[in-house]
Write a protein that binds this ligand. Structure first.
Ligand code: ATP
Ligand code: MG
Length: 423
């Protein structure tokens, strides 16, 4: 038997309704915050991710799906959405639009070669937003607020925001020097990745999962002690705006994000109960990225979360989403001619905007009524030979069991009435 590839999953009817509901809520909140959707290709030139995610990240070092196409180009299935969004922003000169910052969101599949577990897939779907072209601390707060409102509207509770600042280039350079000094005498005891990161990007050592328990991790110099005055003021301004919106956060001086290009604000939103992977959203400011991808020096900020982890959080908290799984109407025709009439009527019902179905298996009346039940039909329309000859149909309101004979021309009106009050 053929099986779905490891770390991938089919989303089937029954579960897909939850995905659609969550995606609809994402689109709706983006509309309210004035973010427009962008769809970029699933694969990009490999080079984009090397530049835009960073050579020293786990994503690029170990997790990419990279292949050579028949024309000899190296392409990579996108592992995240920011690099592609920024590439498109530069390529399409969105910085030239009078409306700034450029506010974009995406929902789509991402690919990482990971060790699969709950909430960690090889193909997963991210919802992310990016605001490019502003370094107003209010937009940092808005980014976090949008994510938290989104979760709140889904019914999620007890999430917490962890916040840090990675500072500007000057602050990061000072911190980097301190990190190299701190780790150099002990680096022998660290994993090979950390050893190679020591001079390339020592900040990434702090994000290492293998060496997380080493004593030197806890005593490592923290970036907050190295922020210059400007970066510290920026961080304070972000915090003040989060306070204005009533968003609680904890400063976590040890929070560093997996991607190389982050500056200033970095944050994660956590749900403690979902197991080993408690982060449901990660984001931050990336003031160096646009230039790295070949554009002008433009600030940016965004977040990404996967629908998989949102679902995990919802499940953990026992939240049932109000998803629609019923159908408006089920039409039954008994006997060949009545069945033809049923088929015709079905088409009219659908044209009128109602959802409806009938039997295509030649089943008996009882089995058809069972189908109607299974589909949670709000109304059932029955046409027998006798009704056919009199030009009427029996319309049954499934909510209260009432049934009436209705002339064919009035069936849709009756159905509309029943299904409207049934909602
Ligand atoms: P982690 O430390 O859990 O590996 P990360 O730092 O790699 O996370 P990001 O690259 O910041 O994660 O991705 C942002 C969000 O995307 C995560 O907070 C999570 O919701 C989701 N995500 C990342 N990797 C996966 C995956 N393999 N499967 C499902 N969701 C994922
Ligand atoms: Mg990861």
């Amino acid at each position: 038997m053929m099986q779905v590839p490891r770390g991938c999953a089919d989303v089937l009817p029954g579960e897909i309704e939850l995905w659609q509901y969550i995606e609809d809520r994402a689109r709706d909140i983006c509309r309210r915050y004035n973010y427009a959707e962008i769809r970029t290709p699933i694969f990009e030139h490999t080079e984009l991710f090397h530049r835009g995610v960073g050579e020293t990240t786990d994503i690029v070092e170990k997790e990419t799906y990279t292949f050579t196409d028949r024309g000899g180009r190296s392409l990579t299935l996108r592992p995240e959405g920011t690099a592609s969004t920024v590439r498109s922003y530069v390529e399409n000169k969105m910085y030239g639009s009078p409306q700034q910052p450029t506010k974009l969101y995406y929902i789509g599949p991402m690919f990482r070669y990971e060790r699969p577990q709950a909430g960690r897939m090889r193909q997963f779907t991210q919802f992310g937003i990016e605001a490019i072209g502003s370094s107003d601390p209010a937009i940092d707060a808005e980014t976090i607020a949008l994510a938290m409102r989104f979760y709140g509207e889904l019914g999620l509770k007890n999430l917490h925001v962890e916040l840090n600042s990675l500072g500007d280039a000057e602050s990061r350079a000072a911190h980097r020097e301190a990190l190299v000094k701190h780790f150099t005498p002990h680096i022998e005891g660290f994993c090979a990745d950390c050893q190679s990161r020591l001079h390339r990007n020592p900040l990434r050592i702090l994000d290492c999962k293998r060496d997380a328990d080493k004593p030197q991790m806890k005593t490592a110099p923290v970036i907050l002690d190295y922020l210059n005055a400007e970066s510290a003021a920026y961080f304070d301004a972000v915090k003040k705006r989060l306070d204005l919106l009533g968003i609680h956060y904890e400063v976590n001086a040890h929070l560093v994000r997996g991607l190389d290009y982050y500056t200033h604000t970095a944050f994660e939103i956590m749900e403690q109960g979902i197991g080993a992977v408690s982060t449901i959203c990660g984001g931050g400011r990336y003031n160096g990225l646009v230039e790295e991808v070949g554009g002008q020096d433009m600030p940016g900020i965004g977040f990404a979360m996967s629908i998989e982890r949102v679902l995990l959080a919802l499940k953990t908290q026992g939240i049932e989403l109000p998803v629609e799984q019923s159908i408006d109407c089920y039409v039954i025709g008994l006997g060949e001619q009545a069945d033809e009439k049923a088929f015709e009527l079905l088409d009219k019902i659908r044209t009128a905007g109602l959802s409806a179905d009938k039997d295509y298996q030649g089943r008996k009346m009882k089995a058809q009524l069972k189908s109607a039940d299974r589909l949670q039909a709000r109304a059932v329309v029955i046409i027998g030979e006798d009704e056919l000859s009199r030009g009427v149909a029996v319309v049954k309101n499934m909510a209260n069991g009432e049934q009436q004979e209705i002339v064919f021309d009035d069936v849709i009106q009756t159905l509309t009435h029943i299904t409207q009050i049934g909602r």
